[in-house]
Design a protein around this ligand. Structure first.
Ligand code: SAM
Length: 258
């Protein structure tokens, strides 16, 4: 079974360009095994053969692999720090020209939250956020901008009132004004070229799934993607213990400065 998984990883890389070697193995294999069992396939080989033929199964697989739960204002205490300390500082230094990259943005909740908060400081027509993810399905959902009530639960009411229209009983459509602030693109953190000159990179709740080696490489690449003084904002369980080894400084948890 272990050998099977080794050759499965090679085939998945060929099919999806996702290198499962970079993700923590025990956790990933357990997830994949349960998905395959749910569909009653006998093993990796028959499942892979079906993945090649069945577009829906393929999309489900990519979607499942990439674990894409998200929500607006995830961990609100950190967004308070953004509002009271980090954004005012960036605005003071760079005015309206702040380049922000939301890496592994999932369904858009994170980059749209950034745009709404930033709109308290600069006009929306000057806000530019690049938002990327490896998964086309979540990017389509992000571009659509339709969310359920649950994903908005932590978002301050002033933003819900200002930038959403209620659709039906429990869905909310984000405004075009905020949509225009964000450019969504497909990007694989493990293989694609990184943008440069970013004043802030937000990458939250994805590196937890990666091996130490993969994380190490990504922290270095983020460093190079940041402008001098740029800030890396990470998830609540993703403190970088050895941040100095990559060249970062840190005034407070979850925010690292180049
Ligand atoms: C749990 S979501 C995090 C979303 C958002 N950053 C947040 O904190 O709410 C993880 C996202 O990482 C993306 N992802 C996984 N592997 C990736 C990779 N190699 N390159 C880019 N994105 C990846 C997934 O598609 C998924 O949308």
């Amino acid at each position: 079974m272990a050998d099977d998984y080794e050759s499965f990883k090679v085939k998945v890389l060929g099919l999806t360009k996702i290198d499962l070697n970079a993700y923590k193995e025990r956790q990933m294999k357990r997830r994949i095994d349960s998905l395959i069992a749910k569909h009653n396939y006998k093993g990796y080989d028959t499942y892979v053969e079906q993945l090649k033929k069945d577009k829906e199964l393929f999309e489900e697989f990519v979607n499942f692999l990439t674990i894409n739960v998200s929500e607006f204002y995830r961990n609100p205490e950190q967004w308070k720090i953004l509002e009271t300390i980090v954004f005012p500082e960036l605005v003071k230094k760079y005015g309206n020209n702040i380049k922000i990259w939301s890496a592994a943005c999932s369904t858009g909740d994170e980059p749209y939250s950034l745009a709404m908060l930033l709109s308290k400081f600069i006009p929306t027509n000057r806000i530019k956020i690049i938002a990327t993810d490896i998964d086309n399905q979540v990017l389509d959902k992000a571009r659509l901008g339709l969310y359920n009530q649950k994903s908005l639960a932590s978002l301050p009411k002033e933003f819900v009132d200002k930038y959403f229209t209620k659709v039906g009983a429990s869905n909310y459509q984000i405004s075009d004004e905020i949509k225009r602030c964000v450019e969504f693109k497909k990007h694989n953190l493990l293989t694609d070229q990184y943008p440069t000159g970013c004043n802030m990179i937000v990458c939250r709740n994805v590196l937890i799934y990666f091996t130490e080696e993969a994380k190490d490489e990504i922290y270095r690449k983020f460093y190079n993607a940041l402008a001098n003084d740029g800030i890396l904002f990470v998830g609540s369980t993703e403190q970088i213990i050895q941040y100095r080894q990559y060249g970062y400084e840190s005034d407070r948890s979850f925010f690292y400065r180049k």
